[in-house]
Design a protein around this ligand. Structure first.
Ligand code: ADP
Length: 247
């Protein structure tokens, strides 16, 4: 399935080349997507990122997924991060920058990448700017997904996540339940409520977002890189991104 999806995605971002024999081939867009997805917890960054990767084969880099994988695997990073995550606090910037400095140099990032949940603080955004300059990487834009607080609260309390660290597919008990209750459609692992999705931790995560992450909207606006999309459907967000990339 994937090669076909990639071909159609290539076509979406490509200029057709006309050949004398009447064949049309599509030249894949060389300049692959490099985006930051901003938005409160539950705004849909993960869902949008997963759908965008299907379009052109770019990779989703979610610091939350990386950290949850490390916690489950019991690595040193996981041990250091767990208490912060369970409380709904941010993991210290140094730990996150250590992860990202390595991750952005892995070969799959050459296919383009979607940063989901990173950067999360002004110091992370500043460090990212320095890191990207060092690596010679230019971002296309930062997309601010703006969703009303009531929608976010409802989504987070009803969200369920695949417990397999390699999958972490997202479901919703109301709007997108797995076909078989509690079992992931994609990999068959149990689908669970995240430990930081209790009411107390959710409200703390939203406060942390407002204090520490929302200022990034102004940061990327000043950098001339921001688009804001006020939409609750991932399709509308993706359409806005595609329009902007094509402009
Ligand atoms: P959500 O966007 O739904 O809050 P994530 O999966 O992005 O969830 O993050 C889960 C938790 O992982 C956060 O509450 C935080 O503790 C930690 N985390 C993820 N990304 C970062 C980051 N860039 N900086 C600091 N902490 C992070």
């Amino acid at each position: 399935m994937r090669p076909f999806l990639r071909m159609t995605a290539g076509a979406r971002f490509a200029a057709p080349l006309f050949y004398p024999a009447g064949f049309i081939i599509f030249k894949e867009r060389k300049n692959l997507m490099k985006l930051i997805l901003l938005g409160a917890p539950g705004a849909g960054k993960g869902t949008v990122a997963k759908q965008l990767t299907q379009l052109d084969g770019s990779v989703q880099i979610s610091t939350g997924d990386i950290l949850r994988g490390a916690v489950q695997a019991g690595t040193e990073l996981g041990k250091q991060a767990k208490a912060y995550m369970d409380r709904g606090d941010l993991v210290p910037d140094e730990l996150i920058m250590g992860i990202m400095e390595k991750r952005l140099q892995e070969p799959d990032c050459k296919k383009g990448f979607l940063l989901d949940g990173f950067p999360r603080t002004i110091p992370q955004a500043e460090a990212l700017k320095v890191l990207l300059a060092k690596l010679g990487i230019k971002l296309d834009m930062a997309v601010n997904i703006d969703v009303p607080r009531e929608v976010i609260l409802d989504r987070l309390t009803t969200r369920r996540t695949c417990s397999n660290p390699k999958c972490q597919a997202i479901y919703n008990v109301k709007s997108m339940p797995p076909k078989q209750e509690g079992i992931c459609d994609k990999c068959g692992s149990p689908v669970v409520q995240r430990e930081d999705e209790t009411e107390a931790a959710i409200s703390h995560r939203l406060d942390t977002y407002n204090k520490k992450t929302a200022p990034l909207i102004g940061f990327y606006e000043k950098e001339g890189m921001l688009i804001t999309v006020s939409a609750t459907s991932s399709e509308a967000v993706i359409d806005a991104i595609k329009k902007k990339l094509a402009a």
